[in-house]
Design a protein around this ligand. Structure first.
Ligand code: GLU
Length: 300
């Protein structure tokens, strides 16, 4: 069997500039790749036009540079990859594991089952589109889909997809491909061997593992990092008004992020150039020392 050299990636969505929460994901995936002599690639998940903030991609690239998180290879952009997603959808259609769905949000909300927080699609259109329904999305049939993967930090994760998530969308009614399908196709295309990202994406990983299985694409090793939350348990994000990263003196946020990841650098490095702090962190990176928690409260 061929052993692939470690290739990791960071895949931010350009919905705003990087904040402390995204720095943790970027840093964790960077350190894990570099500590294993691997490559670290950058992909911009710019598939969802309404969520894209003008200038955000550029701000993300500049912030990564200021923090010394220099990527390998050329930056990948999802909005240039439509053909590959179309081909993957055609494979799923050929397998008969996806179906067209013409339900409106209102219809789904009215008929959804389970889950108090997210509406679980009850499979209304599995047997075919109702007459007169135009413009439709494509959903994956999750009946009988029991999915599991071994996370390097969080342990065994498993789920009955139909019950927990329901038939999820791979192409939206407006024609845009869903992140779940795009991520699986792109990670395979780039030969990604390892994914290190926030534990808020564990449910997405389960759907992605299922798509990999259907598309016969290689899977990756996964490490889901604890996510920084505020006192209300909310993830730091643009919605919770997380402030963008400090650009003139990156050392202080970098050191705070390392402390969050249980790798606080020695005091002597507090004012050192970011490259020196990162070299220390690469040499000392031991992800086994991270708490296997999905969230950690960030104290002010
Ligand atoms: N772009 C997505 C996000 O920022 C997913 C990232 C990933 O697949 O690692 O949440």
């Amino acid at each position: 069997m061929t052993r692939h050299r470690y290739r990791g990636r960071f895949a931010p969505s350009p919905s705003g500039p990087l904040h402390f929460g995204s720095l943790i994901s970027a840093l964790g995936s960077y350190l894990d790749a570099k500590a294993q002599g691997g490559e670290w690639w950058l992909r911009i998940d710019d598939l969802d036009p309404p969520r894209i903030t003008p200038g955000a991609t550029d701000a993300i690239l500049r912030a990564l540079e200021a923090y010394g998180l220099l990527w390998d290879g050329t930056v990948q952009y999802q909005n240039q990859r439509n053909q590959a997603y179309v081909a993957a959808l055609e494979v799923l259609q050929g397998l008969g594991v996806v179906y067209a769905c013409g339900c409106t949000r209102r219809e789904i909300a009215d008929s959804s089952v389970g889950g108090a927080t997210a509406a679980i699609y009850p499979g209304t259109c599995r047997a075919g589109l109702a007459p007169g329904k135009a413009g439709h999305a494509w959903r994956v049939d999750t009946r009988g889909a029991h999915v599991c993967f071994e996370d390097r930090l969080q342990g065994l994760i498993e789920q009955d997809l139909e019950r927990a998530a329901g038939d999820f969308i791979v192409q939206r009614a407006d024609g845009w491909f869903a992140y779940q399908l795009a991520a699986v196709v792109d990670d395979a295309e780039l030969g990604i061997t390892d994914i290190v990202r926030g534990a808020d994406l564990i449910d997405s990983t389960l759907r992605q593992v299922y798509l990999q299985r259907l598309l016969k694409l290689p899977s990756q090793r996964y490490l889901h990092l604890p996510v920084a939350v505020n006192a209300l348990g909310e993830k730091l994000s643009k919605q919770t008004l997380a402030s963008s990263l400090e650009m003139t003196f990156p050392q202080s946020s970098l050191i705070r992020a390392l402390a969050f990841l249980k790798h606080p650098p020695p005091l002597a490095l507090q004012r050192a150039p970011v490259a020196e702090i990162l070299s220390w962190a690469i040499a000392h990176w031991k992800p086994a020392g991270l708490p296997p928690a999905r969230t950690i409260e960030l104290k002010p």
